[in-house]
Design a protein around this ligand. Structure first.
Ligand SMILES: C[S@@+](CC[C@H](N)C(=O)[O-])C[C@H]1O[C@@H](n2cnc3c(N)ncnc32)[C@H](O)[C@@H]1O
Length: 206
């Protein structure tokens, strides 16, 4: 299938909930992938079923019967897709991954801290040089994760297409069980709550 036709068909599926066509093209152009995963499903699943040999989508049926309708789509290469039904807070932590992922798309539930929880469980599986794609960064709970990633040395921001951010994994360094001080977002403590301690240290008092 021609790329332009694939994008047109995918972005027409549940168009009210779909990613921007340019963002779907942004995923497609980074492929082909050996293995990938996404939270939520829709046009992106159709695109990734063509771009990836083994794609896992974690999603609920929802009021729009998305899973049922997706299974009916003739453009979906179902032989390349595993649909895992259920809330991601349950399904993602329980899933037994078989190996590294080339790309992970987070576009399932957007309520805080669900994108953050999905990130915690899925990010370790992304290979060095693989992509983390974050859709709907206009939503403050998702934007918070975007801001964390922007400051972190484990990824670089390649581009933002409309409201979808494409990060590339550039480090596999582990920060240990509580390496908060090594995270970019924690480089500076919150002055309002830390000035007393800093002043005490400056004056040489414990
Ligand atoms: C914005 S849509 C995804 C759009 C899709 N990426 C596309 O390109 O068309 C959000 C999806 O997340 C699913 N969803 C919402 N809450 C969920 C949850 N708690 N667990 C799993 N999936 C959820 C919805 O059913 C829907 O399929």
């Amino acid at each position: 299938m021609h790329d332009a036709n694939l994008i047109a068909s995918a972005s027409g599926f549940h168009a009210w909930d779909a990613m921007a066509p340019a963002a779907l093209s942004g995923i497609l152009k980074r492929g082909p992938f050996h293995s990938s995963a996404e939270t939520g499903c829709g046009g992106s699943t159709i695109v990734l079923s063509h771009a990836s040999h083994r794609h896992i989508a974690f999603a609920i049926e929802g009021k729009d019967q998305t899973l049922t309708e997706l299974r009916r789509q003739t453009d979906l290469r179902s032989e390349n897709v595993i649909l895992v039904e259920g809330e991601t807070r349950d399904t993602v932590p329980a899933y037994q991954f078989e190996g590294e992922l080339d790309l992970v798309l987070l576009d399932g539930p957007h309520a805080y801290p669900l994108p953050q929880l999905e990130f915690a469980y899925l990010f370790p599986w992304i290979r060095l040089g693989g992509w983390l794609v974050l859709d709907d960064i206009q939503i403050p709970s998702v934007y918070e994760l975007f801001r964390f990633l922007e400051k972190d040395s484990c990824v670089v921001l390649e581009e933002v297409i409309v409201r979808t951010a494409f990060f590339r994994r550039v480090s596999v360094a582990e920060h240990g069980p509580d390496g908060w001080a090594l995270q970019g977002m924690n480089r500076h403590t919150i002055w309002r709550y830390s000035w007393r301690d800093r002043l005490r240290r400056l004056l040489g008092r414990s």
